[in-house]
Structures are given as C-alpha cells and as structure tokens.
Design a protein around this ligand. Structure first.
Ligand SMILES: Cc1cc2nc3c(=O)[nH]c(=O)nc-3n(C[C@H](O)[C@H](O)[C@H](O)COP(=O)(O)OP(=O)(O)OC[C@H]3O[C@@H](n4cnc5c(N)ncnc54)[C@H](O)[C@@H]3O)c2cc1C
Length: 536
C-alpha cells in the first residue's frame, strides 16, 4: 500500500465567521456588530464536519418527484433527502428566512446577509426557499389580511418538513412562480389566468420554473380581468384539501442539485389577490429586489468558499520544494482571487445596509445598485470558482473537494431573478428615474483617492452623455459603475495593499474581464493573502 503524503488536511472544523476577517469587518462597519455572537455560533455550526457532510449528502441525493401514492391518487409531492431538511432547519433556526422582518432593528438585514453568506458556503440549494421567503414579506404586506394570517408562520424559526396545511404546522416557507414557458424576462407575456371565485381566485395555466415546490405557498403572477396580478397560492386550500397544483416534472439542472425546480400546471388552484389587481409586476418586484440582493450575497459567499479552499490547499501542498502559496506565480493568482472576493463582499454588505435604511440615498442605492451588484458579482463568480479549482490541481476537479459543486452552482445566481442583460437594462432605467442619481453616486464614490476620483469622473461623464441610455453599452456601463464603487469601498475600508492592487488592476477600463493572476509588479500579494487566509 502506498503512503499518502503531501495531501492537505480537510478544512474542517472551521468557523466560517471567526475565520473570515473581511466578513467580520463588513458586519461591524455596516451596523450589525450586535449579531457577532450569534453569527459566530452559526459560523461554527456550519463549519462542523457533520454539517459539511449534510451539504454533500443533500447534493448527492437529489429530490424525487412523487406524482401518485401507491393507490393511484395524485399527490404531487417532492421527496427530499433528510440532509436537505436538516440544512433547512439550521437556516430557519438562525432566522435567515425572515429575521429582519420578525425582529426589525438597525443592521438586521446586514446580520441576516452575513448568515446567508455563510449558509451558502456549505449548502446552496436550501438558500432558494430561504431567499424567497425572506423576499416575500414586503409583497405579502400589501394584502393586510393575508399577511396577518401568514407572517406569524414565516417568522417562526422551527422548520416543519411535513407536507400539511400551513395552519397545522405553525411555520411556513414561501416560493414563487413567475416564469412561463414562453418567457421569463418579459413577464407581461404571462398567460396563466385568474378567475374570481367566492371572494378569492382560481388559477388556470402553468409555470415553467417553480423552485422548491414543497414550500407552503407561492407568490404567483396571473392575468385577471384587470391585467397581470399577483396572488398567493397555498399548496393546501383553506378547507384542508390539496390545492390543484400539478407538478409535471423536475428540471434536470446543471447544479443546485439538492433543490427541486419544477414545471407545474394549475387546474383551478385556489389563490388570494396580493396588492392591487392589474399591478402584479410592481407588487412582486418588491420581492425580487430582495431575492436579487440574495443572488449577490450567495455568489459572494460561494466565492469566499472557493477562495478558502484554494488558500487552505496552497498553504499545505508542496510542489518543487516549496508550499504552493510560496510559489510567486501562485501567490499572484491567489492574491488576485482574494481581491475579487473582498471586492464582492464589501459591495454586497454596503448594499445590504441600504436595506436597513430608509433615506432617499439608501432607496436610490437599493434601486440602482441591486441589479448592478447582482450582474457583476454573479458574472465574476464562475471565473473565480474555476481558477480556485485549478489551485487544487486534479483534486479540485473531484467532487469530494466541493469545488465542482461550487462551480456548477455559480451560474444560477446570474440567470434567475433577471439574467445579466435584464439586470443591466434595469440599471439604466433606475439611473434615468432616480432624482439626483449622479449626486448619490458621487457621494458613494467620494473616498479622497485620485485613482477612484478619475474613474468616478469618467463614469459620471458617461452617465450624462447623450448615449447614456444606449442598451448595447449597458454592460460596459454597469462594469464601470461597479468597479468604481468596489474601488471606493476598498480604499475606505480595506488595507492599502488590497485597495492599491484593486485600483491597479481593475480601474483601467479593461479590469475585471480577463484571467486571474495578472497582478503587476509592486503589489503586496503577501499582505493580501494574510488578510484572506481562513484559520483552520
Ligand atoms: C435553477 C433555476 C431556478 C429557477 N426558479 C424559478 C422560480 O422559482 N420561479 C420563477 O418564476 N422562475 C424561476 N426560474 C426562472 C428564471 O427566473 C428565468 O429563467 C429567467 O428570469 C430568464 O427567463 P427565461 O428563461 O424565460 O429567458 P428569456 O426571458 O427568454 O431570456 C433569455 C436571455 O435573453 C436575455 N434578454 C431578455 N430580454 C432582453 C433584452 N430586452 N435585451 C437583451 N437581452 C435580453 C436575458 O437576459 C437572457 O439572457 C429559475 C431558473 C433557474 C435556472
């Protein structure tokens, strides 16, 4: 039997909060240091070997559709592996599905962002119902009677995996159904019908994607007499029968394997109107802002997971008589990955704070920067995962290393809840509509640094040019906007080594588009890596 040598130990147990200096600083800076203890407990729990194993088990055993019971009755249930339920129980116990609404306080959205940033590093599939439930609350509040019935269930922290009427469970999770076969970006093309029935509605039609179909209720768009409207459609009717929601198929997806994404048909499904009839898109968009924020949080968290694995490996593995991390070119690659990860994290947490504040500038930041951050962070994330995988060499390509799972997971955050182009066009719209958008941006970009000031001037000129609304240039504009913001945030909040390297490589107009590991001479890569290193 050969001897196993030069293989790193597993990166576990480790505390995902305590070992992440960038995350801890973000939580403190953005107003949630009161949550440090709770986040430390969650970070420790998530990094335990047993919890890490749950993440693997949930993904190795994908959910199964059970259309009929043994007697031939239609049941339309999806069976999940126990590991899925165990992970969801951890997430709900930490309040990640609703804590800022259940217990509003300064920094509540930031604290919850930190929890989900860590959750996704261990299991991303459960993040889907967690994000949708979190996002659903402002939309549900637009129907006070429905909210009075459902919100207490959403605020409960005891996850109940049973498929039973929500009234019997005491807690509930919410999903959503917007996308139809003929179009997901252009929601006005929805054809599902809503017909009034005894003070409520009955839905007839389909949804081409409806994820986490065992959620207790779904926010759904359908055409009523007054146009596209938003409805809450529970899995059980108020009289305790299964609602007429047929699950036709589960999608065979690239990643996100632990989670089910279904194609469904409604055969007169019971539903209640949410918000004003005919104003379904503005009503459900309230939810989408939060789920889009969650895409940025999710991809930032996954970047951190990939980076932590890469740094850990490189610190332990020797090649050509040196630890990988001490090989100059590897140091360059790793430092560049760390820069990208920190830039994503500072932007994500700055954005999360805007959800804790209600002044005009914060509302403008939410409106314009949520799609911008979602676009750029989710686009950069797969490249970072790919490079992190390569740091592990052949081991990185093997499922046990977790990198393949992270890599496969990345694109979904970019596609769902508005794909890249749609996000960039939304940024154009937002900037055109927000009064004094340029002033708000100038305030965010003001950091007393010459390099950032030049980038800010270029950006603001672009925003006032006649071609500012040219759709074909929307991606270029959003890239410039995000890179300038990330640079300003790093200058303000990161060590000089990080900010200098970011400005040197990302503000030249070509930045952030090419491969990693191109940091120029004079960068203090060692200092960048020391900051990023996870403590095992
Ligand atoms: C794993 C997964 C889970 C999902 N879960 C849900 C769910 O639970 N509920 C739900 O409702 N949906 C869900 N979706 C659907 C998702 O939100 C849609 O796929 C997405 O919004 C894109 O819609 P589409 O697939 O119809 O693509 P299309 O709308 O056809 O868009 C295709 C491409 O065209 C681009 N595009 C569209 N319009 C323009 C334009 N004007 N200019 C330039 N480019 C444009 C888009 O950016 C996109 O890249 C899920 C998707 C995935 C992959």
């Amino acid at each position: 039997m050969f001897e196993v040598v030069n293989q790193p130990p597993p990166l576990e147990p480790y505390n995902l909060f305590a070992s992440d200096a960038v995350l801890r600083a973000a939580v403190e800076r953005e107003g949630a240091s009161w949550a440090d203890r709770e986040l430390g407990v969650l970070g420790g729990k998530l990094g335990e070997p047993d919890t890490v194993a749950l993440g693997f088990a949930a993904n190795r055993n994908p959910p199964q559709l059970k259309s009929f019971d043994r007697f031939g009755h239609r049941v339309d249930e999806v069976e999940f592996h126990p590991a899925w339920h165990a992970m969801l129980a951890i997430a709900c116990e930490a309040g990640l599905h609703s804590s800022p609404w259940a217990k509003p306080q300064k920094g509540a959205h930031v604290a919850r962002a930190a929890g989900t940033y860590m959750l996704t590093q261990i299991e991303s599939g459960v993040y889907c119902p967690v994000a949708m439930t979190y996002g659903s609350v402002p939309t549900l509040k637009q129907a006070p009677e429905v909210a009075a019935e459902w919100l207490p269930r959403l605020f409960a922290r005891r996850y109940d995996p049973r498929f039973a009427p929500a009234s019997e469970k005491g807690s509930a999770l919410i999903g959503m159904g917007m996308t139809e076969n003929q179009g997901g970006s252009d929601l006005r093309s929805n054809v599902t019908r809503a017909e009034p029935a005894n003070g409520a509605f009955r839905l007839y039609g389909h949804k081409w994607f409806m994820s986490a179909p065992m959620c207790d209720a779904f926010l759904v768009l359908a055409q009523s007499a007054k146009g596209l409207s938003c409805f809450l459609m529970p899995r059980w009717t108020p009289d305790g029968a299964r609602n007429a929601v047929r699950i036709n198929r589960l999608k065979d997806k690239l990643g996100n394997k632990s989670n089910a994404s279904s194609e469904v048909e409604f055969e007169g499904a019971f539903a209640q109107l949410i918000g004003e009839e005919g104003r379904g898109i503005p009503t459900i968009i309230e939810m989408s802002n939060y789920t889009r924020l969650d895409c940025a949080i999710g991809s930032s968290g996954l970047m951190r997971a990939a980076l932590a694995q890469a740094l850990h490996h490189a610190r332990h593995r020797t090649a050509f008589q040196k630890k990988l991390i001490d090989q100059p070119l590897m140091e360059n690659v790793l430092a560049d990955l760390a820069l990208e990860c920190e830039a994503a994290t500072v932007l994500t947490f700055r954005l999360a704070r805007a959800y804790d504040e209600a002044d005009d500038a914060s509302l403008a930041i939410r409106r314009a920067l949520t799609p911008a951050a979602k676009f750029w962070i989710c686009k950069r994330a797969p490249f970072l995962a790919l490079e992190a995988m390569e740091v592990l060499g052949g081991n990185g390509y093997v499922e046990e290393s977790v990198l393949p799972r992270i890599y496969r997971e990345m694109p979904v955050n970019s596609i769902w809840e508005g794909s890249g182009n749609v996000m960039c066009l939304d940024v154009l719209r937002a900037i055109a509509r927000i009064p004094k958008a340029d002033e708000v941006l100038r305030g965010e970009l003001d950091c007393g640094d010459k390099r950032v000031a030049q980038a800010a001037d270029r950006l603001l000129q672009r925003l006032s040019a006649p071609e500012r609304n040219d759709e074909a240039q929307a991606r270029a504009l959003v890239r410039e906007l995000v890179l300038a913001l990330q640079a300003a945030l790093l200058v303000k909040h990161a060590p000089a080594a990080v900010a200098d390297a970011f400005c040197a490589t990302r503000l030249d107009g070509e930045g952030g588009g090419s491969v990693f590991g191109l940091l120029p001479l004079g960068i203090n890569a060692r200092a960048i890596l020391e900051r990023a290193a996870p403590a095992a």
